[in-house]
Write a protein that binds this ligand. Structure first.
Ligand code: PLP
Length: 385
């Protein structure tokens, strides 16, 4: 969709893109300054493969203080982005024929990374009825002797769903009965959680799972640092060692300059996080209200991240002003872009249709304009001939 948005813009069209998964604000100034200072100080050389000790210490302190995990710096790894943490963990452990349970809708990269490793993706549909969340029953039914990993992501991309402590405990019960299953907890949206809710991660709520859980996080979403490419994780040392071995022959240590900036992000003032959470929560309220006012759309209230995942079932079969019959959610996304100038991503790209994912990482005025356009587009659809 981002390519389609770019192509429309190149052809001269004005497009409001609600398709990108990154905060719209700049990296906090003191973090940018730390990056510049690192360059000036000559911190421009290779670092240790698993990351600079100063950053690993900051990461360990983050996991201890924010997540209650008993972690020393040696229990951490730093990679070139959160995606790279996931990639290294799966590539280092999966063999052909292994199975990985991925609740759907999922972040698009998950099944692709699993497939790259030659393993089999076992998707488990998690519809609006369960808040787009995996239930213990569905998890138990999906586990086989070949299951190697379960991937959990909360708050979720693309739905914004957040697992409560009790929901995680219920999943943990199933996992405790299946000691062959590793768990990847993708916590990258940890700080974007709304309505005063608390964030919980699996290894914290059930410490008995910590020896087989990789808790993944990074600075991308929390500190608006997507381009710096720093992600990190904690888990059992055998797994971290395997990931480091792989990383050593692949990218080596992450960018030295970015690692210095990430130390500043994790150890410096944290007010940016609360501010950005407040901004996103306000936008969430605006988006959900306006999407639910659009004829044919229905949107549950997401508890976190910066995505709204709206059912567009009510648009399927309808005909646009330009005469396009909307057969699928991809048709909806394309017509909305071509005829309304608003870029969204179709839900089936995330493994669940007919939905559209709307990223509200844009200023309020643009979001308001985009919502009005979406409402007008939905209102203009007809039954056709
Ligand atoms: N996990 C989820 C669910 C994401 O949405 C993203 C980025 O979009 C990532 C991980 C990866 O983040 P990073 O940019 O740090 O690689």
């Amino acid at each position: 969709m981002m390519d389609r948005v770019a192509a429309r813009r190149a052809s001269g069209a004005t497009v409001i893109s609600l398709s990108a998964g990154e905060p719209d604000s700049d990296t906090p100034e003191h973090v940018r300054d730390a990056g510049v200072a690192a360059i000036r100080a000559g911190h421009t050389r290779y670092t240790q493969v698993a990351g600079m000790q100063a950053l690993r210490e900051a990461v360990a302190a983050k996991f201890r203080n924010e997540n209650g995990l008993a972690v020393e710096w040696q229990d951490t790894i730093v990679c070139s982005g959160g995606k790279h943490v996931i990639f290294n963990a799966l590539a280092a452990t999966l063999n052909e024929g292994d199975e990985v349970i991925v609740p759907a809708p999922y972040w698009v990269s998950c099944p692709e990374i699993v497939a790259l490793s030659g393993a089999r993706v076992v998707t488990v549909p998690c519809g609006v009825g369960t808040g787009f969340k995996l239930t213990p029953e569905a998890l138990a039914a999906a586990i086989t002797p070949r299951t190697r990993w379960l991937i959990l992501n909360s708050p979720s991309n693309p739905t914004g769903a957040v697992y409560t402590r009790d929901e995680l405990l219920a999943l943990a019960e199933v996992l405790l009965a299946n000691p062959h299953v590793l768990v990847l907890s993708d916590d990258i949206y940890e700080h974007l959680i709304f309505d005063g809710a608390s964030f919980h991660t699996l290894a914290q709520v059930e410490p008995r799972l910590a020896p087989r859980t990789l808790t993944m996080n990074g600075v991308s979403k929390a500190y608006a640092m997507t381009g710096w490419r720093i992600g990190f994780g904690t888990g059992p040392r055998w797994l971290l060692d395997a990931m480091e071995k792989l990383q050593g022959q692949q990218t080596s240590g992450a960018s030295s300059v970015s690692q210095h900036a990430a130390v500043a992000a994790l150890t410096g003032p944290q007010d940016f996080i609360a501010r950005s959470r407040g901004v996103f929560e306000g936008r969430r309220d605006l988006m959900v209200r306006m999407l639910n006012e659009a004829r044919g759309l229905s949107c549950a209230v997401p508890g976190g991240a910066f995505y709204a995942f709206a059912s567009c079932e009510g648009l399927i079969g309808k005909v646009t002003a330009a005469g396009t019959r909307l057969e699928t959610d991809e048709d909806v996304a394309i017509a909305l872009l071509n005829e309304g100038g608003v870029g969204v991503v179709h839900g089936s790209a995330f493994g669940l249709g007919p939905y559209i994912r709307i990223a509200y990482a844009l200023d309020d005025a643009s979001l308001l304009k985009a919502c009005r356009t979406i409402q007008a587009f939905c209102g203009s659809l007809t039954e056709g001939a």
